[in-house]
Structures are given as structure tokens and as C-alpha cells.
Design a protein around this ligand. Structure first.
Ligand SMILES: [Zn+2]
Length: 177
């Protein structure tokens, strides 16, 4: 199912109940022996089967990663569209990120995300809308100006740090020589 398909509230609350049940069940079941060929795509033991189910359920209740000004991306606004689309892609659940979107990982209590971590809370639609709005804003002329200014300041600080380290090195040479 695609993100932009709308679930009605009744379905959503049923799915959330199901998610909670699965998370509890996963915590109560044991992992199989690691040498078994048991993966999320070919689950063999009960725990991996539950994890595969949890992933499917979470996919259904994933929020839409579109900002409140998303309509602006449809009017030929190239950089806003690129920022918005890339952000959406970053938030797709891929196996590279252990099936979590980037915002989900950023908002996780610890940055150490383990594969199929059941402790990670699902993010709300509000979380997703706020973040997507900010990221799309980076593609506006104000946003691009902001990025440019930040890059300029970073460059300045890097140069300063480099100069300082050279001063330290030459001071050391004077002292030792
Ligand atoms: Zn297993």
C-alpha cells in the first residue's frame, strides 16, 4: 500500500492495537539459533514471523512525509520539489536503515538503532509534516540562502581551525628547534 492512501480512523486505531500486540509478543518470544537461515524475508521461527508481521503493519500506518506547502512542488518549483522528493525517499523504510526512515531514527531516544528495533516509537503525522515542511523550505530562495550562509560560515571556521593548527605547529618547531 502506498503512503498517500488514506486510512480511516477506525482502521488506524485497529492497526495501532495490532502493532502493540505484535510488539509485546516479540518481546515475549525467543530468537532462534543464529546459524539458522532465518531472515525478515524468509522468517522461520515465531519471533521472526512476528517481526515480519510488525514491519507490514508499520508500513501501513507510516505517516506521509509531505510538508504543508507540498502543493508548491507541483507548480514547476524545481528546488522545492527536489528537496521534498529526496526527503520522502530518505523516509522510505529500506533494509539499509534496518527498515526505519531517517526521521524515525533521528527522533529515536538513542541513535543506536538495531535491526527491527521494537523499542522505536512510531513517529506521528505531525512530526512528519513539520520535518517535511522545513526540508522543503530549504529549497526556497530563503532556504537556499540559509544553506549557503551556513556553508560559508563552516568554511570560515574550518579555515580558522586550520590556521590555528599551523600556528601551533610552527610554535612547536620554534620551541623544539
Ligand atoms: Zn529466527
Amino acid at each position: 500500500m502506498r503512503n498517500d492512501q488514506v486510512l480511516n480512523l477506525l482502521d488506524l486505531s485497529k492497526l495501532k492495537d495490532l502493532e502493540k500486540m505484535l510488539m509485546r509478543d516479540i518481546d515475549e518470544t525467543h530468537m532462534c539459533e543464529p546459524e539458522e537461515e532465518c531472515t525478515i524475508d524468509t522468517p522461520k521461527c515465531p519471533q521472526m514471523q512476528l517481526k515480519a508481521a510488525l514491519l507490514k503493519v508499520r508500513g501501513l500506518i507510516n505517516p506521509v512525509h509531505k510538508g504543508i506547502n507540498y502543493h508548491r512542488t507541483e507548480g514547476g518549483n524545481v528546488s522545492e520539489r527536489v528537496f521534498a522528493e529526496e526527503w520522502e525517499r530518505e523516509n522510505e523504510r529500506t533494509s539499509m536503515r534496518f527498515d526505519h526512515g531517517i526521521l524515525e531514527i533521528l527522533l529515536a531516544p538513542s541513535n543506536r538503532v538495531r535491526p527491527f528495533d521494537t523499542k522505536i516509537e512510531r513517529i506521528s503525522q505531525r512530526d512528519a509534516s513539520v520535518a517535511a515542511t522545513v526540508v522543503q523550505w530549504l529549497g526556497t530562495s530563503c532556504g537556499l540562502g540559509f544553506l549557503e550562509e551556513c556553508e560559508r560560515l563552516c568554511e570560515k571556521e574550518r579555515k580558522l581551525a586550520l590556521e590555528n593548527s599551523e600556528v601551533v605547529k610552527s610554535n612547536r618547531r620554534i620551541k623544539n628547534g
